[in-house]
Design a protein around this ligand. Structure first.
Ligand code: SF4
Ligand code: SF4
Length: 457
């Protein structure tokens, strides 16, 4: 059964839909005694997972049961924020009568959905430095991923996902969009931008990024987009160049330590002190064996240090992310591997309520419902990126001019490597093929209809 599930997940191209993009068949092949469904959806304004849990709780439970059986776990838990009442009630209603799956109500704090925090909340175990949840016997999957796992076992590959559209749009909502739908088209479906001078954040306001000039398609990991006025402070922060970020950090940091005091990973006991990293980057050439430089490997890029803690607008997260990329480029391994970790005694008192974070981000006026429009979007064209997951990009498996049906493989994962397949999300004709993307133009008169195979969300 386990091998069958793993193979089905691999064939269906399921990856971590919560943003991580890690190929799910690898997690399903692990051994663990606890499996967690991550329904925390902790970033402000994100709504897709909550809408999915309210709509289809039984599929979440089905996916979690499949993963539980696959990894041999004895315990299965669905974690949902208490404030998401509809989602919580729906999941509670769908739980099996035998008590084999528990519901874990979460406080409305950020970042409740961080895998390490979730593992600690559910089990009291601390994932080691440089480790992953299976190191402490836990496998975590996002709720959207679990629905895709349930689909995969029934032969339906990943072709769609729910995406919420929030911010400066006329009618915020959550849409069932074929993977590869243009984000600009999604914004149009949400009534269009209310301000001509706007920017688009792809993903949540804490961990997302600005949409590339010229637009971007959705991927398996894009759960939401946020339209904001171009002069919104969040947009200015995300637009700052690396040089600007470094210059401000070097000139302005007063070593107040607020970033370290509120860092969720530091509070779990990891050796991460962003204020010391800021001190360590005072010179153009950084010492690559410096403990507070290599600690960049421990940062989950949650953004708490720069978007909530720092009173001076300094961006430790950006700096740590850039350092991590540079360390990887130089081939410097992560030296931080402690396993015997104790969370800080004050951790409980330093958790930040999501509502306070939303206010601090200047997003309060956009914190509204994004009701689901169940009808699947029918884009005239989709752009399927070959690299929308962790690992090796998929290799295009089609040629220009070829006809495809929804669910056909258009990108094949390399053998013996970490990666994932990519499937046609609409039926039509392959318009172009590059190493980066396959573009499909919808069949005229039959735009986006699922002839076979495609998942419903
Ligand atoms: S982004 Fe900042 S707060 Fe978050 S883990 Fe990294 S250093 Fe800590
Ligand atoms: S919170 Fe800001 S000013 Fe304070 S130590 Fe951290 S980066 Fe420096």
């Amino acid at each position: 059964m386990s091998g069958t599930t793993v193979t089905a997940i691999q064939k269906a191209g399921v990856v971590g839909a919560g943003g991580g993009g890690f190929p799910s068949h690898i997690k399903a092949a692990a051994s663990a005694d606890v499996v967690l469904a991550n329904g925390a959806e902790c970033e402000p304004l994100m709504r897709a997972d909550s809408e999915l849990m309210a709509l289809d709780p039984a599929r979440v439970i089905r996916g979690l049961s499949l993963i539980r059986d696959s990894v041999g776990a004895a315990r299965a838990v669905v974690a949902v924020k208490k404030k998401n009442v509809r989602a919580m009630d729906a999941i509670a209603e769908a739980l099996p009568d035998d008590g084999g799956i528990e519901l874990l109500p979460l406080s409305n704090i950020y970042p409740a959905g961080d895998e390490f925090l979730l593992v600690f909340e559910a089990t009291g175990r601390v994932v080691p430095e440089g480790g992953i949840p299976p190191d402490v016997g836990v496998v975590v999957n996002n709720v959207t991923t679990l629905v895709q796992v349930a689909d995969a076992v029934e032969g339906r590959p990943v072709t769609d996902r729910m995406v919420s559209v929030q911010g400066e749009v006329a009618t915020p909502g959550t849409f069932v969009a074929p993977i590869g739908t243009s984000i600009d088209e999604l914004i149009e479906v949400a009534g269009g931008a209310r301000t001509p001078e706007h920017a688009v954040i792809v993903g949540g306001p804490m961990m997302g990024h600005l949409m590339e000039a010229g637009g971007q398609p959705t991927t398996k990991t894009v759960a939401g987009v946020i339209v904001l006025p171009v002069d919104h402070p969040l947009v200015s922060s995300m637009s700052a160049s690396e040089a600007q970020v470094l210059r401000i950090a070097r000139a302005a940091c007063c070593q107040c330590m607020a970033c370290t005091e509120l860092c969720p990973r530091a509070l779990l006991g990891h050796d991460l002190e962003p204020h010391r990293t800021i001190r360590a980057i005072q010179y153009a050439e950084f010492p690559e064996d410096h403990r507070h430089i290599t600690s960049a490997y421990l940062c989950c890029e949650c953004g708490m240090c720069e978007l909530f803690a720092c009173p001076l607008g300094i961006q430790p997260r950006r700096i740590l992310a850039d350092l991590k990329a540079e360390l990887v480029r130089r081939g410097v391994p992560n030296p931080h591997v402690r396993t015997d970790l104790s969370p800080d005694d004050v951790r409980e008192y330093r958790q930040i309520p999501a509502a306070r974070l939303t206010r601090r981000l200047g997003l309060e006026e956009y914190d509204v419902d994004a009701p689901l429009r169940e009808e699947r979007l029918q884009p005239a064209r989709v752009t399927l990126l070959m690299n929308q997951h962790v690992g090796e990009p998929a290799a295009p498996a089609v040629e220009a001019g070829q006809e495809v049906l929804t669910g056909d493989v258009v990108g094949e994962a390399a053998e013996e490597s970490i990666g994932a397949r990519v499937h046609a999300s609409i039926s039509g004709v392959i318009q172009s093929v590059t190493a980066e993307a396959v573009v499909i133009a919808a069949a005229s008169g039959d735009r986006g209809t699922a002839e076979h195979g495609g998942s419903s969300r």
